[in-house]
Design a protein around this ligand. Sequence first.
Ligand SMILES: [Zn+2]
Length: 335
Amino acid sequence: MQRWRVVRFPRLIRILPILGLLSLASVPVVPAAPVANAQGTQYSVWLVESCTFKDVPAGGFMPDRAFVPGSTKPENSQVFFQLPVNIGIIKGGNELVMYDTGWKQQQYIQLNNCVNWAPIREQMAVIDLKPEDVTKVVIGHGHWDHAGQIDEFPNAMLYVQKAELDGIQWALNYPNPKISETVCGRRPACGYPPEIVDQIYGKILANKAVIVDGEMEIAPGMKIWPAHRAHTAGSQLLEVATARGPLLFGSDAYSSWEGIRDWMAANIQQTDTVQQFLAYERCYKVTGGYENCVAAHEPLSYTEGYPLTANSWTGPNGSRGAEVTLAPGEPSRRP
Ligand SMILES: [Zn+2]
């Protein structure tokens, strides 16, 4: 781990605050707007996993489900979780939208023991879709395993919360390296190494980003909800109208679907667990329950145990995918 602590990018870190100001000057910040879907647009949704985090200690993911030797409680009897890194692919109207992007930076993927990685282009080819056709990329937050393939979508607008950019800049510029180190697991700048920050700011510098401040409707029947501090400073959710009712994508505000169902905190980072629970509640309010909450790292993904993802397959390099729902008239793309 020590060798990774020297990974810094001082020049970029120095100019980040300036970039932030420039971007705010040139990119619209749109105030809260009510969700609207006059045409009744419904979207098709697929899920693919970028890779699988192997053998994550149960308590490191969900503290209330930590392994307790000798315990007879089922929630304390599992030693490790296998955690997918889920990416949403959403198609309907004139839009092809990604919710999170996974990652491709092999040094970090290996360091974090994430196996069965596959490039997003190959995963999309399985369902006959192309990265070039993606119109919008919404990142639930800016961490490496979610924001690491943004540049695979050259024609897409990036949607990121202003609070996330502020949080990244604050953490990277903090003078204490225990706060500002970027290759680690829990502290504020963890998961924001230079190659990842470049992915986000590359879009901003190319004038291909919308910096969102709170709620925003980004297409008919598709709305961003803020979930600030539910995982990171500027975490955000995405509501999507579908034939199986509204889905709510949550990235790491929704690391565990079982966590939402059972009201247990999961995958705390800079998390205010109160805000995480309010993000859970948002899903109940928007979708009417917990079944349609789309989780980033649910261990039951691609099995019957997580019904939304049960219609699944194994794709490139052993990575899994699922057809979640189809819009009227959209044929199945299941391989
Ligand atoms: Zn994550």
